[in-house]
Design a protein around this ligand. Structure first.
Ligand SMILES: NC(=O)C1=CN([C@@H]2O[C@H](COP(=O)(O)OP(=O)(O)OC[C@H]3O[C@@H](n4cnc5c(N)ncnc54)[C@H](O)[C@@H]3O)[C@@H](O)[C@H]2O)C=CC1
Ligand SMILES: N[C@@H](CC=O)C(=O)O
Ligand code: NA
Length: 872
């Protein structure tokens, strides 16, 4: 197999072939080039060698087979280029000109000129009917058969078309003879069509006989046009020579032996060296007229080429040769200079409009090269299809010559454990497919034999599926088959290249590029590649929220969110297309690699397929936060609930904010203060609308809020701390909360946001961590020792209670005096700060506009769901 076919359920993504485009030279460029050499060798035969010499009117074509440059003939540019590929010597040269090439009198004359300038000793030219004539002839038959008497007018049109063409092209005796023959044929046809009209029925042979007249007339006209120039030329009615057997399914098999005999007989009667033969038509062994069906004229040329053992068969058409991919789909497609028979065959099979595969079979037998050339651009060298092209460059990409696609396919997947090792399953499947007359394009069977998958045309799949459900009803209900599944809207993309099979690495390269191209095709500019750092409480809550929210984002906002990597402090998982968020925890256990932040960032930043990349830092780590600057610089957006960057050294903070303001990347950190509450956005809103911040005061710690809201004399202080930790309000190390540092960080973040240039150390803090516990090496050790201080806390609470007050831990940003502070205060029971519950934060903004009554934001200020929800 020389092609690799990939079923693509999403048509449209086509990969251009790796070959560079052959540069086209402008006329001036061509003349300034002193020499150009094209020499293709096949089986020792040299065909197509040319040397161009500059500063000469026209060009000289040289015979390089003698290793010397001997002029063959001085000819015009057009003549010379037209004959550039023609075999020299006593060999038949076979040409085929299709309907388009024979479309007008002028085009028929051009065909005559090309044939006349072919220096070959003997030439056999196969022609189609003039363009549109075959359709006109079928139309006549259909009209007559359906008793529509306008067939008479339609026949007149056919007559007029040929008469006008002949009058343009020919003159004198030749014209008179052709017109008298045309007249006689048309009279006969009129009688036949009348018979069809009366019967209201037509047989296939009758229809073939009528339709074949288009070729009879075009062949005669071309032969007379050639004769006009003084060259002896005969025309051949191939129904006298070509014998074929119908094989059903609209196909015929040539009878080569009988055809050869008849051809010899024909030659003995007609010794001309230039012969114009009718394409498309033939006879059955019983001499009943028939046709070679679709693309019949190419097939005629190939059969005749093999019968006369031609040196070359040239198929003239209206394109420069065979493209490496469909140029309508792939703008980078190039004309291929060579193709092997097998490659051409595969391309045709997979939908490229090259040659019908059956056209290749007859010539392949005798290694006769086929050349596809453009009759309207004879300077284009065309594509040579032969045994084994010699001019292959050795690189991997050149192994893949071309791409072809078949669209509008459906995949049928028949699956079940009961299939394995059961003889006859495949036969039963394809028997059912055959019974509905569907055409199977490609088949694959899992090596485990658990499934058979095949492609059929989309329009045939409903019948196939129904037939399979009927055929396997019992097996499906017994569970031996699990499903008969149809996947609609598929395409097959086939990479074609003879040397692919023997070159390692081709399919890997191909699939890699394919994956990229498909991704490129499908990734809209709204695709967001996300990296999550720190899948702890907030990180894993975020991942779970994304699992549910990704589909909503896609549906409502056209945002295609993919988590490309998750890294903890020990392990990480990376993905090229997005991690399955239903199983990320499992993957982090079983498919993870050692965590490596550099590799993680590289994976995200170097993936050019994703235009938007974002890192979410869900750690409390200072070293992770120290990378934000670099990430923003790389164009990666940063989102974080981690307070370390914004409350770290002032100079680094200012540098980071300056970069972020100047760049197009986003840096979101709303969750660093008040978790999900809109604190930073409210502050920004006030500043951006010209308000002046005077003071920000409030309860900024969810943990400490929870603790003092619940420490009411029924439970020990240490028990309430444990509850806050278990509720997920505390920092990874709860001492950050109880020491007041976490609140101090929030004060710093808001102070800086308000324009104050303060360091963390500028904030006086009343720590609630007893002196003796500050040196505990771990958070656990601290928690274990905490009960020893419960008595002290009970006393402090009772003192406040006796005064009708409660304890509250507050932070203050005093913008007017450019300072901050964090302390434990006592408030009267009716104070708003005394009214809180749970992990509530309350933040009061006193500003120029909100002077009498501050603007207050209140609500839960810690906890996994609200924090993770804010992160996105
Ligand atoms: N819990 C809450 O209510 C809120 C938390 N935050 C912030 O969210 C962040 C995360 O908090 P939690 O999830 O509660 O903490 P956590 O301790 O449950 O999770 C942190 C995760 O980060 C990982 N990690 C630590 N260093 C790392 C590194 N260098 N590379 C990769 N992974 C690393 C840890 O292994 C852990 O899995 C903290 O910065 C915290 O201040 C902010 C607002 C509210
Ligand atoms: N530990 C913090 C979490 C939010 O920042 C708190 O208790 O407020
Ligand atoms: Na917030």
């Amino acid at each position: 197999m020389s092609s690799l076919a990939v079923a693509n359920p999403h048509p449209g993504a086509v990969v251009p072939a790796g070959r560079p485009r052959r540069p086209r030279l402008a006329a001036s460029e061509r003349d300034s080039i002193s020499q150009r050499w094209r020499c293709e060798k096949t089986q020792g035969r040299s065909f197509g060698s040319s040397v161009r010499i500059s500063h000469l009117p026209g060009r000289l074509y040289m015979d390089v087979s003698k290793n010397m440059l001997t002029p063959i003939a001085a000819v015009s540019v057009e003549q010379a280029e037209a004959s550039a590929h023609l075999p020299k010597g006593d060999m038949w040269s076979v040409h085929k000109f299709g309907g388009t090439c024979m479309g007008t009198s002028q085009r028929i004359q051009n065909v005559a000129d090309i044939v006349l300038h072919d220096p070959s000793e003997r030439k056999l030219v196969v022609v189609s009917a003039m363009s549109k004539v075959t359709d006109m002839m079928y139309n006549l038959v259909n009209k007559a058969q359906s008793r529509d008497d306008s067939y008479v007018i339609a026949l007149d049109e056919v007559f007029e078309k040929h008469m006008a063409t002949a009058k343009d092209l020919l003159g004198g005796e030749d014209l008179a003879r052709f017109l008298s023959q045309l007249h006689a044929d048309v009279s006969n046809l009129k009688a036949m069509l009348r018979a069809i009209y009366i019967a209201g029925h037509v047989t296939e042979s009758f229809s073939d006989f009528v339709v074949g007249h288009g070729e009879l007339w075009s062949a005669q006209m071309l032969s007379l046009a050639i004769k006009k120039s003084g060259t002896p030329c005969s025309w051949m009615d191939t129904r006298e020579v070509l014998v074929v057997n119908p094989t059903g399914s609209n196909q015929v098999d040539p009878d080569y032996l009988e055809s050869e005999k008849r051809l010899e007989k024909w030659f003995s009667r007609q010794p001309a060296k230039t012969i114009i033969a009718t394409g498309f038509i033939a006879s059955t062994p019983e001499n009943i007229p028939t046709t070679l069906k679709r693309d019949g004229s190419d097939f005629s040329a190939a059969i005749i080429g093999s019968l006369v053992k031609a040196g070359q068969v040239t198929i003239w058409t209206d394109v420069d040769g065979v493209f490496s991919a469909d140029p309508r789909k792939v703008s980078e497609a190039v004309i291929l200079s060579t193709l092997s028979y097998q490659e051409a065959w595969e391309m045709s099979y997979f939908g490229a409009n090259v040659l019908h595969p059956r056209t290749i079979i007859p010539v392949m037998k005798y290694n006769i090269p086929i050349v596809i050339r453009n009759m309207f651009n004879i300077s284009a060298p065309g594509t040579i299809i032969c045994q084994q092209p010699a001019n292959e460059d050795g690189d991997l990409e050149a192994c893949v010559k071309a791409f072809a696609t078949i669209d509008k396919l459906a995949l049928v997947n028949v699956e079940g454990t009961g299939m394995a090792g059961v003889p006859g399953t495949a036969s039963a499947i394809f028997g059912a497919v055959k019974d509905v007359g569907a055409n199977v394009i490609m088949i694959s069977q899992a090596s485990s034999e658990h499934s058979v998958c095949f492609a059929v045309p989309e329009k045939e799949v409903a019948a196939v599926s129904a037939a399979l459900h009927v055929r396997f009803r019992e097996a499906l209900s017994a569970g031996r088959l699990s499903k008969v599944e149809v996947i609609h809207n598929c395409s097959i993309l086939a990479a074609v290249g003879l040397r692919m099979a023997s070159t390692p690495g081709v399919s890997a390269t191909l699939l890699m590029h394919l994956q990229r191209q498909i991704l490129m095709f499908f990734l809209s500019k709204n695709t967001l590649a996300v990296g999550i750092i720190g899948p702890g409480l907030i990180g894993r809550t975020l991942l779970n929220q994304l699992k549910d929210q990704a589909a909503v984002l896609k549906e409502n906002m056209n945002i295609d969110l993919r988590v490309m990597g998750i890294t903890g402090s020990r392990t990480m998982v990376l993905s090229d297309i997005g991690i399955d968020l239903a199983h990320w925890q499992q993957q982090l256990k079983t498919e993870a690699e050692l965590a490596n932040l550099d590799k993680f960032i590289h994976h995200l930043s170097e993936n050019q397929l994703f235009p938007n990349r974002v890192l979410v830092d869900c750690t409390a780590d200072t070293s992770v936060a120290s990378h934000y600057y670099d990430w923003l610089k790389k164009g990666i957006h940063v989102i974080t609930p981690n307070k370390k960057a914004n409350s770290g050294p002032l100079d680094r903070y200012l540098k980071l904010r300056t970069l972020q303001r100047a760049s197009y990347t986003h840096y979101f950190y709303e969750a660093t203060v008040g978790a999900g509450l809109p604190i930073i956005s409210t502050l920004r809103g006030l500043l951006e609308t010209g308000d002046k911040i005077l003071r920000i005061e409030g309860i900024f710690s969810g943990t400490l809020s929870y603790i003092f809201n619940n420490f009411e004399g029924t439970r020990a202080f240490s028990d309430v701390v444990v509850e806050a930790k278990e509720a997920g309000y505390t920092e990874p190390d709860p001492r950050e909360d109880l020491s007041g540092t976490d609140v101090a960080r929030k004060v710093i973040i808001l102070a800086r946001e308000s324009g104050l240039k303060l360091e963390l150390s500028d904030i006086p803090v009343r720590s609630l961590v007893p002196e003796a516990l500050r040196s505990c090496s771990t958070a656990d050790e601290y928690m274990q020792n905490l009960p020893s201080y419960d008595q002290d806390w009970a006393r402090e609470r009772k003192d406040a209670e006796a005064a009708g007050e409660v304890l509250r831990y507050v932070g203050v940003v005093d913008v007017v005096n450019k300072k901050g502070q964090v302390e434990l205060r006592r408030y009267k029971r009716d104070h708003p700060f005394a009214q809180l519950s749970g992990s509530d934060n309350i933040i009061a903004f006193t500003t120029s506009r909100y002077k009498e009554q501050p603007l207050i934001v209140r609500g839960p200020g810690a906890g996994a769901e609200v924090t993770a929800g804010e992160a996105f």
